[in-house]
Design a protein around this ligand. Structure first.
Ligand SMILES: [Zn+2]
Length: 65
């Protein structure tokens, strides 16, 4: 995973927390069909060169329609 701004290799696996809240944030999406809701906990990647932060999830395929 490279930075979209400077193409530097990003540091993955950073935890995402809302300040003051123990629980992290969650990405979810409503879907049609049997499993009609998918959700995932996002992780963050940080560029150590320019400070850009990107969110990503490991289990992204379940968000495909
Ligand atoms: Zn960068």
């Amino acid at each position: 995973m490279n930075c979209t701004h400077c193409n530097n290799e990003m540091v993955k696996g950073c935890n995402v927390n809302v300040e003051g809240v123990i629980y992290g944030i969650k990405i979810s999406k409503k879907r049609k069909g049997l499993f009609n809701k998918v959700s995932a906990k996002p992780k963050a990647a940080v560029c150590s060169n320019c400070g850009y932060v990107a969110f990503y999830i490991d289990d992204f395929k379940q968000f495909r329609e």
